[in-house]
Design a protein around this ligand. Structure first.
Ligand code: ADP
Length: 855
């Protein structure tokens, strides 16, 4: 019913509409547009020819062309009655895209069942303008979804409104977009899940670490208790058999503790929780501790143990001394374990150095079983042993080298080995260590109580006077000196007359004209001088001397060589006593024993420890070495105690209920807390592997740490280390004084108390000592001949310990002086002390042999 013109006009509009679709793909070529224009032109001509037949033919032709175009065009085109919304025409592409037959569409109302035009149509209708390129979802004839992009154009043909819809199928692209969106959202979901898993894993890891830390504490506490109890038991009266059994318990306990520590270290690596500290340390001291620990073990096995630290290796370095020690101890322990005969040689040498760093090689060589070439690479793996069979002869976990490798590599170093089966092995560790920065050497604080004190030194030898004068100078005393008794009396009276009397006189027992005791008695007889405090300096101590000189009016009795710290302490006690005016009556005479007892008794030590067994162990060790301590059970109690009174030292367990050691220490150090002394030395009590990081302690305000199980000697050394700091003792200034060294040659009571009065054991020890002493002396002399101060120090240290253990006090004292002297690195002039040592050794050996022959 449409006129030809209408059809033509619609065709032109449809073609234009299709052309307006702005698509990337299947886009109607420009040519179509041109065709449209051309057709329009043509139609115009036809129209102008006033519908002549010819024109009609042309229009017909044009229509045919138009239909051909519409039929072949890839965009869908629909013509809709704008009034009734009836679809008037649809091209084949439209039918194909919508998946319907033409008949099923034309004549139908376009509605949501086709879903294609609704809103846009209305809009277009209202606004009377085209709506371009909207994306619409439609339901195809087969019920499936499709996506189209459409342009809706209101048109008017012969003043009648139509709607032209042209569209293209974009289902494929849309599907891709949908897939992409889904993928993206899946990805986002995956990220969220991963984040959640990460948080969970972190929580699990921290729980694992916490568990490890707790487990470590739980395992170690009873182990430490057991090992500590063996220490106490060993000091009680035991039969030989009991002692041997106790030794087995102790060594098995230590072995178990080592394994627990190894496993914990390994787990820490696994959990990524293994950390290193970076602190100042003395490499020589650290390596000496290793030697002290292991040389005896090697010797017990009949192996020669040689240790040498090359003189050019710098001592003052920065790093993690505990972990370096751990690696070296592991290597040397292995060397001892896998060597039946021959020697273990430990060497530390310098590879290169700069201002800031030193590259140091630690080498451990043995003459043991060696390691086959094909096994050398794998022994650094965890749980690997050359002999992994059930019948293996050597114990161990196969973790030591794996841990050593990890530690070394964490320090940026390397570990390697050379070995020949049956001949021996050489393990090498190379580390680059930071050198310490130059520090201000802080001046030793001098107690104000000795400053300006008027002291007279009376000695007939120049060396004796000079030595004492040096001390007086150092302590800021106002001193005078006299070389004989008349000179001394004259000086004392003169000072009295000048109204600047002496307060103390230090008198040598042996004076050329009158003995010191008589001089003392004369001073005490003089009413002007009788208040002067007298100190007797005897060349050798004889039993009963102290009591006798006390009766002569002396306040103190010391023996030569005079120990600087002892003399200082003695002068301080006298000064303090003078200050306490109530104590007018004669008091106990001060001797070296009373000085050390007094010093120990005056110290206030606080122990914060929650475990009752550990408390008992520490208190009994303290009592044994002469100290008393107050015990509290947690950090909170410790703070309360420290608020009530000042202490000289605090031993603080790190892990305690209510308040742990770290928190308590932080409170002690905080100026806001009511603790009386914020600077009190706080020593951490800790298990080795878990909490051994010094850096952490220092950060927490702790000063040092003691590993559990606490050993008597270590505790004594630690107390000494922190409390001797209060004294103005400077190692290097130790000077030999003239003396006849018969001073307490040998105190049997020390041996008796150390070894529970067991005669046979004591005799064995003394016999061994008689063999040991000449060897030690010659080793010491060799070291002096080589001018090796470090070795001198080492030998003297060993001699000091062994002579102290048997009660050879005089020998111990000389050995200590030699050790202190050698610490300075310069041993020129040490010969005097070596001669004294020789002489004293002779005296001692004669005394011991005499004693043994009486048995
Ligand atoms: P462990 O000694 O506990 O078995 P390590 O990791 O320290 O574990 O050592 C792994 C293995 O390497 C040892 O079991 C031993 O077979 C071998 N090994 C280590 N050091 C030596 C050595 N000095 N001589 C011979 N074999 C050694």
């Amino acid at each position: 019913t449409w006129s030809l013109y209408q059809r033509h006009e619609a065709a032109v509009q449809m073609v234009n509409g299709a052309a307006s679709l702005n698509l990337e793909k299947n886009f109607i070529p420009l040519a179509a547009l041109h065709i449209g224009i051309w057709i329009a032109g043509l139609a115009g001509i036809v129209y102008c020819k006033k519908r002549t037949k010819k024109h009609e033919e042309r229009i017909l032709k044009s229509n045919i062309r138009m239909e051909a175009i519409l039929d072949s065009i890839q965009s869908g085109v629909l013509l809709i009655d704008a009034e009734s919304h009836t679809i008037l025409d649809a091209n084949p592409a439209a039918c194909a895209i919508l998946g319907v037959e033409k008949e099923a569409v034309t004549g139908k109302r376009c509605d949501s069942s086709i879903g294609i035009f609704d809103n846009e149509n209305c809009q277009a209708e209202k606004k009377e303008k085209a709506v371009y390129n909207t994306e619409v979802e439609v339901i195809r004839g087969n019920g499936k979804r499709a996506y189209i992009i459409q342009t809706v154009t209101p048109i008017s043909i012969e003043n009648y409104p139509y709607i032209l819809v042209s569209f293209n199928d974009i289902s494929e692209r849309k599907q891709m977009e949908i897939d992409m969106k889904r993928l993206n959202s899946e990805l986002e979901q995956a990220i969220i899940t991963a984040e959640a898993l990460k948080t969970k894993a972190e929580a699990a890891s921290s729980a694992k670490s916490q568990f490890l830390s707790n487990m470590s504490h739980e395992i170690r506490t009873p182990m430490n208790g057991m090992i500590g109890i063996t220490e106490i038991l060993s000091g009680t009266g035991l039969t030989n058999e009991q002692r041997e059994l106790l030794e087995i318990i102790r060594s098995s306990g230590n072995a178990l503790l080592t394994i627990v520590n190894d496993i914990l270290d390994y787990s820490k690596f696994e959990a990524g929780r293994f950390t290193l500290e970076n602190i100042d340390f003395d490499l020589r001291s650290a390596m000496e501790e290793v030697n002290d620990l292991l040389s005896e073990k090697a010797k017990e096995k009949g192996l020669e143990y040689i240790s040498n630290i090359s003189p050019d290796v710098p001592s003052l370095l920065r790093g993690d001394p505990g972990r370096i020690r751990q690696v070296i101890i592991n290597l040397i322990s292995n060397a001892i374990k896998f060597t039946k005969q021959g020697k273990i040689q430990f060497e530390v040498s310098l590879i290169s150095e700069s201002k800031s760093n030193a590259v140091i090689q630690f080498s451990v060589m043995d003459t043991g079983i060696g390691i086959p070439h094909d096994k050398q690479a794998m022994i650094f793996d965890s749980f690997v042993q050359v002999d992994g069979s059930n019948t293996r002869r050597y114990g161990g976990t196969g973790l030591g080298l794996a841990i050593s490798k990890q530690i070394t590599e964490m320090m940026g170093g390397e570990i390697g080995l050379e070995s020949d089966e049956g001949k021996g092995s050489r393990f090498r560790v190379i580390l680059t260590l930071e050198r310490q920065r130059e520090k201000d050497k802080s001046a030793v604080s001098i107690s104000a109580s000795l400053k300006e004190k008027r002291v007279l030194i009376v000695s007939d030898t120049e060396t004796g006077r000079n030595c004492l004068m040096d001390y007086m100078n150092k302590w800021g005393c106002a001193y005078g000196a006299a070389s004989d008794a008349p000179g001394a009396l004259e000086e004392l009276r003169f000072a009295h007359d000048c109204k600047s009397p002496y307060e103390i006189a230090i008198i040598d027992l042996q004076l050329s004209d009158m003995d010191g005791e008589a001089l003392g008695a004369n001073i005490k007889k003089d009413p002007d001088l009788k208040n002067i405090n007298l100190i007797m300096l005897a060349s050798h101590g004889c039993r009963g001397d102290a009591a006798r000189v006390k009766n002569s009016g002396f306040s103190a009795y010391l023996t030569k060589p005079v120990d600087e710290a002892q003399l200082y302490e003695c002068l301080s006690i006298i000064t303090d006593r003078k200050r306490e005016m109530k104590r007018e009556s004669p008091v106990e005479i001060i001797t070296r024993h009373s000085i050390s007892e007094d010093k120990k008794r005056r110290l206030r030590i606080l122990v914060a420890e929650d475990d009752t067994i550990n408390q008992k162990i520490i208190i009994s060790i303290m009592a044994k070495i002469g100290y008393m301590a107050k015990v509290v059970i947690n950090g909170h109690e410790a703070i309360r105690a420290l608020e009530q009174e000042s202490y000289d030292l605090v031993l603080m367990d790190c892990q305690m209920p209510v308040m742990d050691g770290y928190e308590a220490t932080a409170i002690i150090r905080s100026m806001d807390s009511k603790v009386k002394d914020h600077d009190v030395p706080v020593i951490a009590l800790t298990g080795h592997a878990l909490d051994g990081d010094m850096e952490k302690f220092i950060k927490a305000g702790l000063d040092d740490y003691l590993s559990k199980p606490v050993k008597p000697q270590e505790l004594a050394d630690m107390i000494d280390k922190w409390l001797s700091k209060q004294e103005p003792v400077q190692d290097k200034e130790v000077t030999a004084v003239n003396m006849d060294t018969e001073d307490d040659v040998f105190d049997l009571s020390v041996l008796m108390s150390n070894f529970s009065e067991e005669k046979s054991l004591i005799n064995n020890i003394l016999n061994d000592f008689c063999e040991y002493l000449p060897d030690k002396l010659s080793a010491l002399k060799d070291a002096c001949a080589k001018n090796d101060s470090h070795l001198v120090k080492h030998e003297a240290h060993a001699l000091k310990g062994s002579s102290g253990n048997i009660g050879a006090i005089a020998l111990q004292k000389i050995a200590r002086q030699i050790e202190n002297w050698a610490k300075s690195g310069d041993i020129t002039g040490i010969d005097t002390l070596i001669t004294q040592l020789d002489e004293q050794s002779e005296i001692l050996l004669t005394a011991i042999k005499g004693l043994l022959s009486q048995e």
